[in-house]
Write a new protein. Structure first.
Length: 255
Protein backbone atom coordinates (compact mmCIF):
# COMPACT_ATOMS: atom_id res chain seq x y z
CA UNK A 1 0.00 0.00 0.00
CA UNK A 2 2.84 2.38 0.83
CA UNK A 3 4.46 1.68 -2.56
CA UNK A 4 1.15 2.34 -4.35
CA UNK A 5 0.77 5.64 -2.49
CA UNK A 6 4.32 6.65 -3.45
CA UNK A 7 3.51 5.95 -7.11
CA UNK A 8 0.34 8.05 -6.89
CA UNK A 9 2.31 10.95 -5.43
CA UNK A 10 4.91 10.59 -8.18
CA UNK A 11 2.39 10.65 -11.00
CA UNK A 12 0.54 13.56 -9.49
CA UNK A 13 3.81 15.50 -9.51
CA UNK A 14 4.56 14.46 -13.08
CA UNK A 15 1.13 15.07 -14.52
CA UNK A 16 1.28 18.86 -14.65
CA UNK A 17 4.25 19.00 -16.98
CA UNK A 18 3.86 15.76 -18.88
CA UNK A 19 0.55 16.60 -20.54
CA UNK A 20 1.67 18.49 -23.65
CA UNK A 21 -0.06 18.71 -27.02
CA UNK A 22 0.71 15.89 -29.43
CA UNK A 23 -0.66 15.33 -32.89
CA UNK A 24 -3.21 12.54 -33.11
CA UNK A 25 -1.56 9.17 -33.74
CA UNK A 26 1.92 10.67 -33.48
CA UNK A 27 4.53 8.07 -32.56
CA UNK A 28 7.86 9.11 -31.05
CA UNK A 29 10.59 7.14 -32.83
CA UNK A 30 13.52 6.19 -30.62
CA UNK A 31 16.75 4.35 -31.40
CA UNK A 32 19.32 2.57 -29.28
CA UNK A 33 22.66 0.96 -30.00
CA UNK A 34 22.30 -2.41 -31.75
CA UNK A 35 25.67 -3.47 -30.33
CA UNK A 36 23.93 -3.74 -26.96
CA UNK A 37 24.25 -1.47 -23.95
CA UNK A 38 23.13 -3.65 -21.02
CA UNK A 39 21.70 -3.18 -18.52
CA UNK A 40 20.47 0.10 -20.02
CA UNK A 41 19.31 -1.03 -23.48
CA UNK A 42 19.40 -4.50 -24.99
CA UNK A 43 17.28 -6.89 -27.03
CA UNK A 44 15.83 -10.17 -25.83
CA UNK A 45 13.31 -12.26 -27.79
CA UNK A 46 12.87 -9.44 -30.33
CA UNK A 47 11.93 -7.00 -27.58
CA UNK A 48 13.91 -3.96 -26.42
CA UNK A 49 14.46 -4.19 -22.68
CA UNK A 50 16.51 -2.59 -19.93
CA UNK A 51 16.67 0.46 -17.70
CA UNK A 52 16.09 2.92 -20.55
CA UNK A 53 12.96 1.11 -21.69
CA UNK A 54 11.61 1.02 -18.12
CA UNK A 55 12.25 4.74 -17.56
CA UNK A 56 10.57 5.68 -20.84
CA UNK A 57 7.58 3.47 -20.08
CA UNK A 58 6.95 5.30 -16.80
CA UNK A 59 7.37 8.82 -18.17
CA UNK A 60 5.62 8.40 -21.51
CA UNK A 61 2.65 6.46 -20.09
CA UNK A 62 1.64 9.45 -17.98
CA UNK A 63 2.37 11.87 -20.81
CA UNK A 64 0.09 9.90 -23.11
CA UNK A 65 2.83 9.53 -25.70
CA UNK A 66 3.03 6.61 -28.10
CA UNK A 67 6.54 5.51 -28.98
CA UNK A 68 8.59 2.73 -30.50
CA UNK A 69 12.21 1.75 -29.93
CA UNK A 70 14.47 0.36 -32.66
CA UNK A 71 18.01 -0.93 -32.22
CA UNK A 72 20.30 0.43 -34.96
CA UNK A 73 24.06 0.61 -35.51
CA UNK A 74 25.06 3.51 -33.28
CA UNK A 75 26.49 5.71 -36.03
CA UNK A 76 23.29 5.30 -38.04
CA UNK A 77 21.14 5.95 -34.95
CA UNK A 78 22.84 9.31 -34.42
CA UNK A 79 22.46 10.20 -38.09
CA UNK A 80 18.76 9.25 -38.12
CA UNK A 81 18.09 11.50 -35.11
CA UNK A 82 20.13 14.37 -36.55
CA UNK A 83 18.18 14.14 -39.83
CA UNK A 84 14.87 14.09 -37.94
CA UNK A 85 13.79 10.61 -39.01
CA UNK A 86 14.01 9.54 -35.35
CA UNK A 87 13.31 11.85 -32.44
CA UNK A 88 15.46 10.36 -29.64
CA UNK A 89 18.76 8.50 -29.31
CA UNK A 90 19.12 6.62 -26.03
CA UNK A 91 22.10 6.39 -23.69
CA UNK A 92 24.57 8.88 -25.13
CA UNK A 93 27.49 10.75 -23.65
CA UNK A 94 27.10 14.51 -23.95
CA UNK A 95 30.19 15.79 -25.77
CA UNK A 96 30.42 19.42 -26.89
CA UNK A 97 30.03 18.27 -30.49
CA UNK A 98 26.81 16.43 -29.68
CA UNK A 99 25.42 19.38 -27.76
CA UNK A 100 25.77 21.38 -30.95
CA UNK A 101 24.04 18.73 -33.09
CA UNK A 102 21.22 17.72 -30.72
CA UNK A 103 19.04 18.86 -27.87
CA UNK A 104 20.49 17.14 -24.81
CA UNK A 105 18.50 16.03 -21.76
CA UNK A 106 19.72 16.16 -18.20
CA UNK A 107 21.74 13.07 -17.16
CA UNK A 108 19.77 10.07 -15.94
CA UNK A 109 22.63 7.70 -15.05
CA UNK A 110 26.43 7.46 -14.93
CA UNK A 111 28.97 4.89 -16.10
CA UNK A 112 32.70 4.57 -15.50
CA UNK A 113 35.18 4.88 -18.38
CA UNK A 114 37.72 2.08 -18.40
CA UNK A 115 39.88 -0.11 -20.59
CA UNK A 116 40.16 -3.82 -21.27
CA UNK A 117 43.32 -5.75 -22.13
CA UNK A 118 44.60 -9.31 -22.47
CA UNK A 119 46.83 -10.89 -19.83
CA UNK A 120 48.56 -12.73 -22.66
CA UNK A 121 49.85 -9.38 -23.96
CA UNK A 122 50.22 -7.77 -20.51
CA UNK A 123 50.90 -10.42 -17.83
CA UNK A 124 51.65 -7.65 -15.30
CA UNK A 125 49.18 -4.86 -16.24
CA UNK A 126 49.70 -1.95 -18.66
CA UNK A 127 51.33 1.12 -17.14
CA UNK A 128 48.29 3.39 -17.06
CA UNK A 129 48.48 5.89 -14.20
CA UNK A 130 46.34 8.55 -15.87
CA UNK A 131 44.34 9.05 -19.05
CA UNK A 132 47.41 10.64 -20.64
CA UNK A 133 49.16 7.25 -20.51
CA UNK A 134 46.59 5.81 -22.90
CA UNK A 135 48.44 7.60 -25.69
CA UNK A 136 51.37 5.21 -25.19
CA UNK A 137 49.29 2.28 -26.44
CA UNK A 138 47.50 1.21 -29.59
CA UNK A 139 43.90 1.69 -28.50
CA UNK A 140 40.62 0.66 -30.08
CA UNK A 141 36.95 1.35 -29.61
CA UNK A 142 33.61 1.03 -31.35
CA UNK A 143 32.52 2.63 -34.60
CA UNK A 144 30.65 5.93 -34.07
CA UNK A 145 31.50 6.22 -30.34
CA UNK A 146 32.87 9.39 -28.75
CA UNK A 147 35.86 8.90 -26.42
CA UNK A 148 36.58 12.46 -25.34
CA UNK A 149 35.28 11.69 -21.83
CA UNK A 150 38.05 9.11 -21.44
CA UNK A 151 40.55 11.95 -21.38
CA UNK A 152 41.82 11.24 -24.89
CA UNK A 153 41.03 12.65 -28.32
CA UNK A 154 38.61 10.41 -30.20
CA UNK A 155 40.73 10.55 -33.37
CA UNK A 156 43.46 8.62 -31.52
CA UNK A 157 41.13 5.63 -31.15
CA UNK A 158 40.90 2.98 -33.89
CA UNK A 159 37.14 2.57 -34.30
CA UNK A 160 36.61 -0.31 -36.72
CA UNK A 161 34.64 -2.73 -34.53
CA UNK A 162 30.84 -2.72 -34.68
CA UNK A 163 30.30 -4.45 -31.34
CA UNK A 164 32.11 -5.49 -28.19
CA UNK A 165 32.90 -9.05 -29.28
CA UNK A 166 34.69 -7.70 -32.37
CA UNK A 167 36.69 -5.23 -30.29
CA UNK A 168 37.79 -7.95 -27.85
CA UNK A 169 38.79 -10.11 -30.81
CA UNK A 170 40.98 -7.23 -32.01
CA UNK A 171 42.64 -7.14 -28.59
CA UNK A 172 43.26 -10.90 -28.65
CA UNK A 173 44.68 -10.77 -32.19
CA UNK A 174 47.01 -7.90 -31.32
CA UNK A 175 45.27 -5.41 -33.62
CA UNK A 176 45.13 -3.14 -30.57
CA UNK A 177 46.45 -3.30 -27.03
CA UNK A 178 43.69 -1.59 -25.04
CA UNK A 179 39.96 -1.48 -25.73
CA UNK A 180 38.23 1.59 -24.30
CA UNK A 181 34.95 0.64 -22.68
CA UNK A 182 32.45 1.64 -20.03
CA UNK A 183 32.93 -0.91 -17.27
CA UNK A 184 29.26 -1.43 -16.44
CA UNK A 185 28.43 -2.18 -20.06
CA UNK A 186 31.20 -4.73 -20.55
CA UNK A 187 30.18 -6.42 -17.30
CA UNK A 188 26.54 -6.40 -18.41
CA UNK A 189 27.39 -8.02 -21.73
CA UNK A 190 29.45 -10.64 -19.92
CA UNK A 191 26.60 -11.44 -17.52
CA UNK A 192 24.26 -11.91 -20.46
CA UNK A 193 26.68 -14.20 -22.23
CA UNK A 194 27.15 -11.80 -25.15
CA UNK A 195 30.95 -11.53 -24.79
CA UNK A 196 33.57 -14.06 -23.78
CA UNK A 197 36.16 -12.70 -21.36
CA UNK A 198 37.79 -16.11 -20.98
CA UNK A 199 40.71 -16.27 -18.57
CA UNK A 200 42.67 -13.55 -20.29
CA UNK A 201 40.54 -10.38 -20.59
CA UNK A 202 40.75 -7.97 -17.64
CA UNK A 203 39.17 -4.52 -17.36
CA UNK A 204 40.13 -1.55 -15.18
CA UNK A 205 38.90 2.04 -14.69
CA UNK A 206 40.91 4.83 -16.29
CA UNK A 207 42.68 6.46 -13.32
CA UNK A 208 41.61 10.02 -12.58
CA UNK A 209 38.60 9.92 -14.91
CA UNK A 210 35.25 10.48 -13.21
CA UNK A 211 32.07 8.58 -13.96
CA UNK A 212 30.50 9.78 -17.19
CA UNK A 213 27.02 11.33 -17.32
CA UNK A 214 24.67 9.75 -19.87
CA UNK A 215 21.76 11.53 -21.51
CA UNK A 216 19.18 11.18 -24.26
CA UNK A 217 19.70 13.10 -27.50
CA UNK A 218 16.71 14.77 -29.18
CA UNK A 219 16.54 15.84 -32.80
CA UNK A 220 16.79 19.59 -33.32
CA UNK A 221 14.53 19.10 -36.36
CA UNK A 222 11.67 17.78 -34.24
CA UNK A 223 9.19 20.64 -33.88
CA UNK A 224 8.24 19.59 -30.33
CA UNK A 225 11.83 18.91 -29.32
CA UNK A 226 11.95 21.51 -26.51
CA UNK A 227 8.70 20.19 -25.01
CA UNK A 228 9.96 16.62 -25.27
CA UNK A 229 13.20 17.58 -23.54
CA UNK A 230 11.25 19.32 -20.75
CA UNK A 231 9.05 16.26 -20.32
CA UNK A 232 12.02 13.91 -20.03
CA UNK A 233 14.03 16.21 -17.75
CA UNK A 234 11.10 16.65 -15.39
CA UNK A 235 10.39 12.94 -15.43
CA UNK A 236 14.02 12.10 -14.58
CA UNK A 237 14.00 14.62 -11.72
CA UNK A 238 10.78 13.29 -10.20
CA UNK A 239 11.79 9.65 -10.55
CA UNK A 240 15.16 10.43 -8.97
CA UNK A 241 13.53 12.33 -6.10
CA UNK A 242 11.25 9.38 -5.40
CA UNK A 243 14.16 6.93 -5.53
CA UNK A 244 12.64 5.18 -8.52
CA UNK A 245 15.60 5.63 -10.91
CA UNK A 246 17.86 3.70 -8.54
CA UNK A 247 15.18 1.07 -7.95
CA UNK A 248 14.84 0.49 -11.68
CA UNK A 249 18.60 0.21 -12.09
CA UNK A 250 19.02 -2.09 -9.10
CA UNK A 251 16.65 -4.56 -10.73
CA UNK A 252 19.37 -5.22 -13.30
CA UNK A 253 22.49 -4.65 -11.21
CA UNK A 254 21.74 -6.51 -7.97
CA UNK A 255 22.50 -10.19 -8.38
Amino acid sequence: MQQLWRCKILWAALAGLLAWPVQAHEVIRICGDAAGWPPYTFERDNEVRGYDADVLALIFAEAGLDYEIHMLPWKRCLLEVEKGRYQIALSASASAERKARFLVTEPYYQVQPGYAFSLIRFPSMPQVQSSNDLKNYNICGLRGYDYSRFGIETHRVMREANHYAQALAQVRRGRCELFLTRLEILHGLYRQGDVDLGNDIVFEPVPGVAADDFVMLISRLYVRGPELKATLDHGFAELRKQGRLQELLNFYLVE
